[in-house]
Design a protein around this ligand. Sequence first.
Ligand SMILES: C[S@@+](CC[C@H](N)C(=O)[O-])C[C@H]1O[C@@H](n2cnc3c(N)ncnc32)[C@H](O)[C@@H]1O
Length: 196
Amino acid sequence: MQKQSPTAAGKTSYDLADADLFWRALPVTPGMTVLDLGCGVGRYAIPLSAKVGPAGAVIAVDLWAEGVARLRETLAASGIRNVETHVAEARALPLAQGTVDLCLMATVLHDFAADGGDDAVITEVCRTLKPEGILAVVEFIKQEGPPGPPERVRLSPAEVGAKLLPFGLTPSGAVVGLGAHLYYEPFRRLRGAAST
Ligand SMILES: C[S@@+](CC[C@H](N)C(=O)[O-])C[C@H]1O[C@@H](n2cnc3c(N)ncnc32)[C@H](O)[C@@H]1O
């Protein structure tokens, strides 16, 4: 039987985002540990590696083995050494508790929500975030595509907020439009919120 790829394997939203607006809004600084959850071939992970610099680290995770293999090739070819890669399930991250400053979920939350696995993924994200760590969400504007998934599976900022708030993840900034297709919103994990 043919092995099934994870939902949306092979897709990236990076080229749909206004890069200037995104990088201005993302609170990434040198020395941070950043988790790129659902990294695909690493379109976000590669520029993130430059933003965190040699004192920081990017942990790139995807269940899609072929995408992670392509990212590893890119890293080797470009001599990038501060990106750690994992073929792993988002619901069972191979990371220690409280180690991540910033988790980026770039156009992946709606897929987890459509599969019914979003609560388990958010629980894992909260476990791995440091106290007051940030979950940075990029999602498709709720409108009919293409590009992007059908409108019925897209999540509005209100729907994202309603999913994250019960986990102690609260909006920590404004919703930022990233052009015609995407928006960005950061959520901060409240100090003392349950980690599992
Ligand atoms: C729409 S793509 C986004 C990729 C990347 N964030 C980007 O925009 O360049 C969604 C990614 O989530 C990954 N994915 C889907 N289900 C997953 C799961 N259960 N665990 C880990 N990754 C998963 C897919 O393989 C795919 O690479």
